[in-house]
Write a protein that binds this ligand. Structure first.
Ligand SMILES: Nc1ncnc2c1ncn2[C@@H]1O[C@H](COP(=O)(O)OP(=O)(O)OP(=O)(O)O)[C@@H](O)[C@H]1O
Length: 262
């Protein structure tokens, strides 16, 4: 018997799309417990295919039932990752669009930060780092982080380095938690962020850094961390931590993402 395999152009597109999908999934779940769960489920699935090919009826029926329920279980286990994946697609769509759904549904348009405001944020981080004052500043791109803002003290103040430094000054009532900056305003202070579950982060990094990575995983926000212990500045974007970066690098990264287009 001769076996003919014809590969159409559409099959190549299909394989490419699956590869992109798998790569994006890998990016999102690498370093988390979800990665081990995914590998475990994948191995069970491959064993099931082999067992089916060998016609081992009883074992294949039993495993088939497990896999049927397993798909539902996966949705529950991968809740956060599915959320991040959809967010990744949504954010890419929003940043590349000329027309967006947000224009249809937005209550009011958020004015993006300008270079002057970025400079104020960077100056504050520089001064906080020099004085080894711990700080956590969250800057969303398209989302407004209303639920996070609700967890803290609402402010709605003009962005200035003096105000940011005052907020994080040790032992003041607002210094704990995160400041959220929406557009051109400091929206709130003392906000509580979700912590990342990543296990591959440097064990020397504590809750402040884990909270920064956490918020950047589940939203499109950037989070700047000033370490109280080391006086370093780090930036979390899309679940990745750029650890101990320079002021120049911080400015470049912020301008790349949030500055108003000329
Ligand atoms: N879920 C959270 N949301 C917002 N802020 C948090 C959260 N958890 C901790 N923090 C902030 O982090 C501080 C504790 O930081 P911790 O020392 O554990 O972190 P760290 O990453 O080691 O940073 P540092 O280098 O500044 O010590 C808390 O006082 C609080 O201000």
């Amino acid at each position: 018997m001769t076996l003919f395999i014809t590969i159409r152009a559409l099959d190549v597109v299909d394989i490419l799309l699956v590869s992109i999908l798998l790569y994006q999934m890998y990016r999102i779940i690498k370093g988390t417990v979800a990665f081990s769960i995914f590998i475990g489920f994948f191995l069970v699935y491959v064993s099931w295919l082999v067992i089916k090919a060998l016609n081992l009826e009883l074992l294949s029926t039993l495993m088939g039932q497990f896999i049927g329920v397993g798909v539902l279980a996966l949705i529950v286990v991968f809740q956060q990752e599915i959320r991040r994946f959809l967010l990744l697609i949504g954010t890419n769509y929003q940043t590349k669009r000329s027309f967006g759904f947000d224009k249809l549904f937005a209550s009011e348009k958020i004015k993006p930060a300008t270079n002057i405001q970025i400079k104020e944020i960077v100056r504050a981080c520089d001064n906080l780092a020099r004085s080894k004052t711990g700080a956590l500043i969250v800057i969303p791109q398209n989302s407004e982080l209303k639920d996070i803002i609700r967890s803290g003290e609402k402010m709605n103040a003009r962005i200035s380095s003096a105000l940011l430094e005052t907020i994080f000054f040790k032992n003041t009532p607002l210094h704990d938690g995160a400041v959220v900056i929406v557009g051109t305003r400091i929206a709130a202070a003392r906000c509580i962020l979700p912590l990342t579950e990543r296990q591959d982060l440097d064990p020397g990094l504590g809750l402040r850094h884990r909270a920064a990575v956490g918020i950047s995983e589940v939203t499109d926000a950037l989070a700047i961390v000033v370490s109280e212990e080391k006086g370093t500045i780090s930036l979390a974007i899309q679940g990745e931590l750029l650890h101990s970066i320079s002021i120049v690098q911080l400015t470049t990264e912020l301008e790349k993402v949030i500055v108003e287009e000329a």
